[in-house]
Design a protein around this ligand. Structure first.
Ligand code: PAF
Length: 287
């Protein structure tokens, strides 16, 4: 596996592989890799001849400097995991190259970026769209793999890729969960024991609502009440939102259907967590 830090070297690598006829799969990450990321890498291998993983903690997408400073960094472990998973290139751009002095460009996806997570984290999706556009521009992948846990992020990136004419195919990998159902996230390491226990209630609430949907409950208020009942409101947990939304425009629905998505965001023990389930699915799958 090569570890590459400059965009020029990465472009050279990709064009030499393309001349050999290889297709390129891409998994953008912010490092601190866990089993969820490994499933993205495995899926990328199924869709492309070579796999490139990027690891860049993108300052633009943090609305809070403390959150950025506390983002876990596990460089050595990340490298080892990528190597063992058959990744061809780990791309670690440095911040100065990603955002040269005077950087003044932002990619903004209207509406989708300002609701839900975007309303609670102003500027977050501009940061995501900007860095992913830059990465797509450098890597020029055939396929890029994102995790279903970040449902809104996927919607924003799909829109951005379509609008800006990137020829990449976006593939979505199902959320990987801990044994108690907690969605894997690099932030989970920041949960203490009590918060970790409380965090598991998020997915339990989602699963309970989905079970009720399967037995015929389609009233969103009833389903949302079930989720809220599981999560509870304690000093440790502040629920930001729980919604059932249309998968395309992310607007709340009046009656829940199998394609609709149950989204939850909460701050648990000081750590912001998100999760979701598609009501009619075991997982969101890929396109
Ligand atoms: O999901 C993430 O890890 C990040 O938002 C991404 C897509 C790598 C952009 O920095």
């Amino acid at each position: 596996m090569d570890v590459i830090t400059s965009s020029e070297a990465l472009r050279d690598f990709v064009s030499s592989k393309r001349m050999e006829g290889d297709t390129v799969g891409f998994v953008p990450t912010m490092g601190a890799l866990h089993r969820g990321h490994l499933s993205l890498i495995d899926l990328a291998h199924r869709h492309a001849d070579i796999v490139i993983v990027s690891a860049f903690v993108n300052p633009l997408q943090f609305d809070n400097a403390e959150d950025f400073d506390r983002y876990p960094e596990t460089r050595h472990a990340d490298e080892e995991m990528c190597r063992q998973r058959g990744v061809q290139v780990l791309y670690r751009p440095n911040a100065a190259e990603m955002y040269p002095n005077g950087f003044a460009t932002s990619v903004h996806v209207d509406r989708l970026s300002s609701i839900l997570e975007g309303a609670s984290r102003p500027g977050h999706f501009d940061g995501v769209a900007t860095v992913v556009a830059k990465l797509f521009n450098t890597v020029d992948p055939d396929v890029a793999v994102f995790g279903a846990k970040d449902f809104q992020q996927v919607a924003v990136i799909r829109r951005m890729a379509l609008d800006l004419g990137f020829r990449v195919r976006i593939v979505v990998a199902p959320t990987v969960r801990e044994n108690d159902g907690l969605a894997m996230s690099s932030r989970n390491v920041r949960l203490d024991t009590e918060a970790r226990r409380a965090a598991a209630q998020l997915s339990k609430g989602l699963f309970a609502a989905r079970a009720a949907f399967r037995t015929g409950t389609t009233n969103p208020d009833v389903l949302l009440y079930l989720v809220a009942g599981h999560i509870g409101a304690t000093q440790l947990v502040t629920v930001d939102y729980v919604h059932i939304v249309d998968p395309y425009d992310l607007e709340p629905v009046e009656e829940a259907g199998p394609d609709d998505v149950l989204l939850v965001a909460a701050v648990v023990g000081g750590v912001r967590l998100i999760d979701n389930l598609v009501l009619g699915d075991d997982d969101p799958g890929e396109d």
